[in-house]
Design a binder for this molecule. Structure first.
Ligand SMILES: *Cc1c(COP(=O)(O)O)cnc(C)c1O
Length: 216
């Protein structure tokens, strides 16, 4: 199967209202170009250096997303062009994004990463930290929070995965209903190659898919 065929198959399986970001983190500019020619415009990377290199080398109408852990001292490199940061996991990081965005006269769309998986290694806020944190967002006019991002546990147990996605969805709904003036809550980023169908069943609006596009 080619990259174009993989994309076509995945797109056909997306529910209404669900967007696809192609996770190109282990893949070359040449492979990304194949996906681009198949109409894909949203791509995600997990490292700042790769974002910078690939954004320079590839067409300027690609929208680049950051999905990996982001260090504060590296925000400046992506601030000029990043179109969505999924992985905001602290207020100190948010404050730095705000500062760098203001230098470029931008408002950078961001998601708060929420930790729901069993693995300790995954970054993010605890679910119960999110609601109390929301009033703080008013301090950062150059950042706009669009929702939350999460990853389910690495397991075959679909009941476990569903439970975690449902928790994220409930939190997303709760935030949305608050209608805070300094937010636009429209994005629930959850679901990867192995679990995106479950994620869509649980209300995902943005799936992040890498290996199913580039490796099958
Ligand atoms: C790598 C990665 C993905 C994509 O994973 P696949 O299993 O290759 O689809 C999605 N989200 C995050 C945060 C990732 O790091």
């Amino acid at each position: 199967m080619s990259i174009a065929e993989n994309l076509q198959r995945i797109r056909a399986s997306l529910k209404d209202g669900v967007s696809l970001v192609a996770v190109s983190k282990y893949h070359s500019a040449q492979e990304i170009t194949q996906a681009y020619h198949a109409g894909q415009r949203l791509f995600a990377e997990s490292k700042v250096q790769d974002l910078v290199t690939k954004a320079q080398a590839l067409p300027s109408d690609i929208q680049w997303h950051m999905i990996g852990h982001l260090q504060r001292n590296k925000v400046k490199y992506i601030a000029p062009f990043i179109s969505l940061i999924h992985s905001v996991d602290s207020l100190r990081l948010l404050s730095e994004i705000d500062k760098q965005a203001s230098k470029h006269g931008r408002v950078i769309p961001c998601l708060l990463q929420v930790h729901v998986a069993q693995e300790q290694s995954k970054f993010g806020f605890a679910p119960q930290q999110i609601i109390p944190l929301l009033p703080e967002l008013a301090q950062f006019p150059h950042v706009r929070i669009h929702g939350i991002m999460g990853m389910a546990s690495f397991t075959q147990n679909t009941q476990q995965i569903t439970q975690e996605f449902e928790l994220l969805h409930a939190l997303f709904q709760q935030i949305k209903q608050l209608n805070l003036p300094f937010t636009t809550i429209d994005t629930l980023s959850m679901g990867m190659s192995g679990d995106y169908s479950l994620a869509m069943d649980c209300g995902s609006t943005l799936v992040r898919i890498g290996s199913l596009i580039f490796e099958e």
